[in-house]
Ligand binder design. Structure first.
Ligand SMILES: [Zn+2]
Ligand SMILES: [Zn+2]
Length: 1024
């Protein structure tokens, strides 16, 4: 006997029960251990940060991470899965700053770095419990008890080792470069971080500024009036840093006379500025203007700002105040003639090209903004944040008559991906990893990686590698892996340290306190002697990019090479599989790939599923501000984790952007999980009545065409699911399963109901039981990676209760293997056709207004070929039953169509309204004709079937068991009496009843109906 199954299932409750059982039996650990000795299958867990509660997008990533290793384990692979936590970096620091009400670094330093970092350390695991509970609840099997944690000393030490490897190869340098800088966080960002934070439609000023020419001529044109070079910018705050104007040497420039002055700009852009109708007094080449001098907008020396100048060796030397400071026009090859004025304002401190031009041309270098983004010096706008200074700067220029025109534009601008402050491009010292030195290897390594979806490979990811720039990986922050570089106070000698023992072994080493904490500020105390001059070596202040931490996890999670020194050979490297959202192409996917290439010159992952983003039901981005965030816990409590998982797997391919709402999960539950459950509950109910005992798992000989068909479909399904999962396509695999379950329920079980229902236990009935049993058991195994809970429930009841020697859990079982000898393409094609013909026949009935319960004399069918006809002939009994006709006939398509309206209704035929001609609108050559005339015998039979249906419904409503024998009362007119006379035995057999031609007695469940125009009163009562 199987455990009775309630048709009204509560999935969340069922799942809690399964979870407790897994926990109790240690099923996850055993599912790994049982496969020891098998080939390894390695998942790298991209570490989340546990300082916020997990959202639906985390669930999405985690279930996709889960499904593949579960499948591989059932295929015999050894698949330990290690959890990881990302614990360093700006996100953590910002959260703590917010709690402390800090708005910048000065407050952190006043507060104390040690206290600040202690807060950070506490904050990173604030939501650990929620994360662990969610992870367990959704059935993501990963070892949460032994996770890698990026802030642990052992992890940091491995990261140091990795940095030292790069250092020894000469790939780490400190560059004075223009880098994107977040003024709020006070640190540089890497290019991949910048890529995360572009915002469209940012409003900025668009201004045209006049730069007054010094001297009496420009490019040979003599100036009898004041003359100005007109330049354009969207960042007025960089104007005090202007030290040159750039022109295109070959372009034509116009000298325009406006009022009592001359304006100079590119001829091609006169219209843009609205000067196309003004008088052009001269036309010059850009090269003619080179060397022309102009007055600074703001002489830095008047505002207590230092002025430096690029020397031929690229060094910047301090300049003395000049009495008459002049800047000049230079020619460069990046001047656009598409926008602006063809004269570009150059501020070498604030732009990459400006900086390069400054080095190239030996320009002045004027830095007017501090690292918090505030204007320095003694300008009227000093102390203001740059964006607030913008209007004030324009006001000043307007007073001096130097503002030609100002308007606002909308454009794309980068913001800090964490704090959303506008990024500023600053020239400053930053530590770089020279990834460009291994660019070819990065690109070649990508060839070996399989991406799902495939277009990411040479699209988003490939482009990113092709446009590779060096990795700015130092952060002027506190809570991170300290950059293990020490510098000599005296001679500037730099040393990189690759491990704790190495550090302790340095001559003159001191300042190290136990217990060991490699974080700031403790590590900053450590000094040793300079090997060059004996001076004092102090650590540089920077920490590193937290993306480097997570990207180093292939080695750092194992404390390699200090422990696990066989890591590279023992199968734990590289990963077979990783999976994260698409934004990680420039985040973790890149940092993994870059570090692995730099260290080992090979990729560290073979297959990657790249997930699209999740939107709300109406396609909007979920955000707390909009209040449209769907909490995963709410959905799971209502529908269960399996429903959520199934929805995420099958609703759209992993790479697509997907919409999400609780309703969509409800729909999946109804369409798939409940269909499956109903089949399961049907099977168990009848199997228990008949005391069916499966012979042995999987052994059966299918007796009927119907059984052979579903077994063929089942084996085909196993083959397809296996191939889809091998191809990292859980979506395709899931959809195949869904299709199978639909066919199982809506064809196999429906067509087989009578076989289970009939009273004699013959071979046909046994075959039906064995077939359905095999389908359900196989399904439980196929579903195990997808919906692990319901799969376990099915397996426990169907297998566990019958075969004590079978694996204790479905997750310890082997994945099914297709028996190709059981696959019959022709039978499957014939059955598909039988389904089609049945559905057309039902359509014809419905067009004719004849209920399916009303038997008809025959149906006439047209198909496209003799072989199709032969195929249908062998399935004739099924179609006859399905259509409730006494005979099935075949005719040509033309003949069948001719029948329409001649005592028949033909499915899929409609009158073409234009021409009044009857044409098949659906079905094409496949058409089914049903007669509209019903003989008195057939009518009586139809009524009998209606009575059977009503009595069955009443049995259920009265709460009787399927096997209960009943007494059925009836009362009606003579015609009803006649029907009962002819069909009484049939009705009694179908409803397990004894009919009594009397009105129902007191206390009997009764109902009255009007059937085919006749009143009938029915009553049911349980016998005994
Ligand atoms: Zn920021
Ligand atoms: Zn030294």
């Amino acid at each position: 006997m199987f455990q009775p199954v309630n048709s009204r299932v509560n999935f969340p409750q069922l799942e809690e029960k399964v979870l407790a059982w897994w926990r109790d039996k240690g099923i996850f650990a055993r599912s790994v251990e049982a496969r020891q000795g098998g080939q390894r299958f390695v998942l790298y867990e991209g570490p989340p940060t546990a300082n916020g509660s997990p959202g639906i997008h985390h669930v999405l990533a985690r279930v996709f991470k889960d499904v593949i290793p579960r499948y591989k384990a059932m295929k015999g692979y050894y698949t330990p899965r290690i959890a990881g936590w990302d614990t360093h970096g700006l996100p953590v620091e910002l959260e703590v700053e917010r709690e402390l009400g800090f708005s910048g670094k000065a407050q952190i330093e006043d507060f104390g770095i040690d206290k600040f970092n202690t807060r950070c350390r506490e904050s990173v695991f604030r939501y650990l419990k929620e994360w662990e509970e969610m992870t367990e609840r959704i059935g993501f099997w990963v070892d949460l008890e032994h996770p890698y944690i990026t802030m642990e000393n052992s992890y940091i030490e491995s990261v140091w080792w990795a940095i030292k490897q790069m250092w020894d190869k000469g790939l780490i340098y400190q560059g004075y470069k223009v880098t994107p800088h977040c003024p709020r966080c006070g640190t540089s960002l890497s290019s991949h971080e910048v890529a995360l934070g572009y915002q469209d439609d940012t409003e900025d000023p668009s201004v045209y500024i006049k730069f007054k020419i010094v001297g009496k001529s420009a490019g040979g044109f003599s100036l009898d009036k004041p003359a100005y070079l007109l330049a354009w910018t969207t960042t007025p705050w960089t104007l005090p840093g202007n030290t040159a104007l750039a022109v295109a040497a070959d372009a034509e420039y116009a000298v325009v006379e406006v009022d009592k002055e001359y304006l100079i700009l590119a001829s091609a852009l006169l219209g843009v500025v609205g000067l196309e109708d003004d008088k052009v007094v001269a036309r010059l080449r850009g090269s003619d203007l080179v060397g022309a001098e102009y007055e600074p907008l703001f002489n830095p020396h008047d505002f207590n700002i230092e002025r430096r100048r690029f020397q031929p060796n690229s060094e910047l030397t301090l300049q003395e105040p000049d009495e008459e400071l002049t800047y000049r026009v230079i020619a460069t090859d990046f001047v656009s003639l598409e926008e602006g004025t063809g004269i570009v304002h150059m501020a070498p401190a604030y732009g990459e090209v400006d900086y390069e031009a400054g080095k190239d041309k030996g320009l002045d270098f004027v830095h007017v903004v501090d690292l918090q983004g505030n204007m320095m010096g003694s300008y009227p706008f000093s102390g203001k944040f740059v964006k607030e200074a913008d209007p004030l700067i324009l006001e000043e220029l307007d007073k001096k008559g130097l503002l030609y025109r100002t308007e606002m534009i909308r454009h794309t601008y980068p913001f800090c991906w964490r704090c959303e402050a506008p990024l500023l491009y600053y020239a400053k010292q930053t530590w770089y990893i020279q990834t460009t030195a291994v660019k070819e290897s990065l690109i070649a390594g990508n060839d070996e990686i399989s991406w799902y979806p495939e277009h990411i490979k040479y699209g988003r990811f490939g482009d990113w590698l092709n446009n590779n720039v060096d990795w700015a990986f130092s952060r002027e922050r506190y809570w991170g892996t300290p950059l293990p570089v020490w510098r000599c106070d005296a001679c500037g000698y730099l040393d990189c340290v690759g491990g704790v023992a190495e550090l302790k072994g340095k001559p003159g080493f001191s300042g190290f306190n136990e217990p060991l904490d490699l974080h700031r500020p403790f590590i900053d105390e450590v000094t040793f002697a300079c090997p060059q001059c004996g001076g004092n070596m102090n650590r540089v202040p920077e920490v590193i990019d937290c993306w480097f931490d997570s990207g180093a996890m292939p080695v750092a999670q194992y404390h390699y090479p200090f422990e696990n020194d066989t890591l590279l050979e023992d199968g734990r490297f590289p990963a077979d599989y990783i999976c994260e959202a698409v934004d990680q192409t420039r985040g973790w996917f890149y940092s993994l790939h870059a570090i692995s290439t730099l260290l080992f010159n090979r990729p560290c992952f073979k297959n990657v599923i790249c997930l699209g983003h999740i939107l709300d039901a109406s396609g909007e981005k979920m955000s707390k501000a909009k209040g449209n965030v769907v909490e995963p816990g709410v959905v799971i409590d209502k529908y269960g984790a399996d429903a959520l998982r199934w929805y995420l797997f099958t609703s759209s391919p992993p790479g697509n952007v997907r919409r999400f709402s609780g309703d969509m999960v409800a729909e999946v539950t109804r369409r798939f999980l409940l269909t499956l459950w109903n089949v399961y509950s049907f099977f168990v109910t009848y199997a228990n009545i008949d005391q069916f005992v499966p012979a042995s798992e999987g052994s059966l000989s299918a007796e009927s065409e119907l059984d052979r068909w579903i077994i063929s479909e089942l084996n085909q399904l196993v083959a397809e699911v296996t191939s889809a999962l091998d191809d990292y396509s859980p979506t395709e695999a899931g959809r195949k399963i869904e299709g199978f379950v639909d066919g199982l329920s809506n064809w196999y079980v429906r067509r087989s109901r009578r076989r289970f229902w009939k009273s004699e236990n013959d071979a046909d009935k046994l075959s039906a039981y064995n077939t359905l049993y095999q389908c359900l058991v196989t399904l439980s195994k196929l579903l195990a990676p997808f919906t692990p809970f319901v799969a376990e429930e099915l397996y426990q009841n169907l297998v566990g209760s019958v075969f004590p020697a079978a694996p204790e859990s479905v997750h310890l079982a082997d994945f099914p293997v297709a028996d190709r000898s059981k696959i019959s393409e022709s039978l499957m094609a014939d059955t598909r056709l039988a389904m089609k013909v049945s559905s057309l026949g039902r359509a014809a009935r419905s067009q004719a207004g004849i209920k399916v319960r009303q038997p008809l004399a025959h149906a006439i069918v047209s198909v496209s070929s003799p072989s199709e006809r032969r195929g249908l002939e062998r399935l004739k009994p099924q179609i006859i039953e399905e259509l409730n006709v006494k005979e099935l006939e075949f005719k040509s398509n033309t003949e069948v169509l001719k029948l329409d309206g001649q005592g028949y209704v033909v499915s899929g035929v409609e009158v073409d309204r234009g021409k009044g001609v009857k044409v098949p609108v659906s079905g094409g050559v496949y058409n089914v004709a049903v007669p509209t005339e019903i003989s008195p015998e057939l009518k009586a039979e139809g009524l009998a079937r209606e009575i059977v249906h009503r009595l069955q419904t009443m049995r259920r409503s009265a709460g009787f068991d399927i096997a209960d024998r009943i007494v059925a009362y009836y009362q009606g007119d003579d015609y009803i009496g006649h029907v009962m006379e002819v069909w009484g035995a049939y009705i009694e057999m179908e409803t397990l009843s004894s009919l009594i031609a009397e009105p129902p007695v007191e206390g009997v469940f009764t109902a009255s109906y009007k059937l085919g125009g006749y009143e009938v009163l029915l009553g049911v009562k349980k016998l005994g």
